[in-house]
Design a protein around this ligand. Structure first.
Ligand SMILES: C[S@@+](CC[C@H](N)C(=O)[O-])C[C@H]1O[C@@H](n2cnc3c(N)ncnc32)[C@H](O)[C@@H]1O
Length: 268
């Protein structure tokens, strides 16, 4: 694990859901509507986590079969508890070495994963290998470099102003390829064709400051991992700074925008 990724803690499903899964669930229907895949297809989801996208695929796309893989046993266990539909299976696996035969699936998707995979090119080649001719490969990632994830951007701005050395941990610095041009390049390099890229934007609405802050204390993901690693005084200083800067509406609620890039392509 590199120094920048030491806080990428993906293990506790409930904590992940509080921090990120809830927003991934908002993005999923918009992403699937944009894909417009017909019923009766064999789906593979890479990096399914706790099943935010998996559940939406089952509910909206009438898959013939569906598999979700993720290297985190904790996430896979939670996804299995949630989704009991007989069409779906989950297994612990890595995107860089998919345990499936060539040309075994029609649709290969992933949600908020690609940037966390050490060798993205290899993962895309694997996705292409197991996708049938004429099949679809698609994913979405946050628009980190464009400051597109408001709740995360605010967190890192405050964290860096208190501790400038945290700058290298922020996702916008770690994942500069998450732009239209960057995504086009890596998908073209993997030999994908008919590539289309679009933006999906959602509102992330927090009831009050506690609803915003508490998920950062749970340690699941890069920013929460950093937050949990702080000593109590530093954490309190960060909390107070954010509380001051996020003073929101009269009822205490906080609404920020979050923007993702979505990519779809065909395998020929
Ligand atoms: C931000 S979470 C997204 C989870 C889920 N797709 C969602 O939308 O909520 C990132 C996920 O990528 C997974 N991941 C990290 N490295 C991976 C790899 N090499 N192969 C497959 N998945 C990976 C993590 O375990 C985690 O579940």
């Amino acid at each position: 694990m590199s120094i920048n990724s030491r806080h990428d803690a993906w293990s506790t499903g409930e904590s992940y859901d509080r921090y990120m899964g809830r927003w991934s669930r908002y993005l999923a229907p918009r992403f699937l509507a944009w894909l417009g895949v017909q019923a009766g297809r064999d789906w593979l989801e890479v990096g399914c986590g706790t099943g935010a996208l998996s559940g939406e695929i089952l509910a909206r796309c009438q898959p013939r079969s569906q598999v979700g893989i993720d290297p985190s046993e904790g996430f896979i266990n939670l996804a299995m508890q949630k989704e009991k539909d007989p069409r779906i299976n989950f297994c612990v696996a890595d995107a860089q070495d998919l345990p499936f035969e060539a040309s075994s699936h029609d649709v290969v998707v992933s949600a908020l994963v690609l940037n966390f995979i050490p060798d993205r090119h290899k993962a895309l080649l694997e996705m292409r290998r197991i996708c049938r001719r004429g099949g679809v490969i698609a994913f979405f990632v946050w628009d980190y470099p464009g400051g597109g994830v408001g709740f995360m951007h605010k967190f890192w701005q405050a964290a860096i102003s208190l501790n400038p050395s945290a700058v290298d941990l922020a996702e916008d610095v770690r994942f500069p390829f998450c732009t239209r041009e960057g995504l086009m390049k890596i998908t073209q390099n993997a030999g994908l064709r008919e590539i289309e890229i679009t933006q999906i934007e959602i509102n992330t609405a927090f009831r009050d400051f506690e609803d915003y802050w508490q998920p950062f204390t749970l340690g699941a993901g890069p920013a929460p991992g950093y937050c949990a690693s702080l000593d109590p005084n530093s954490r309190e200083r960060l909390r107070e700074k954010l509380r001051h800067e996020l003073a929101g509406a009269e009822d205490g609620s906080i609404t920020l925008k979050a923007r993702a890039w979505a990519m779809r392509a065909r395998v020929d």
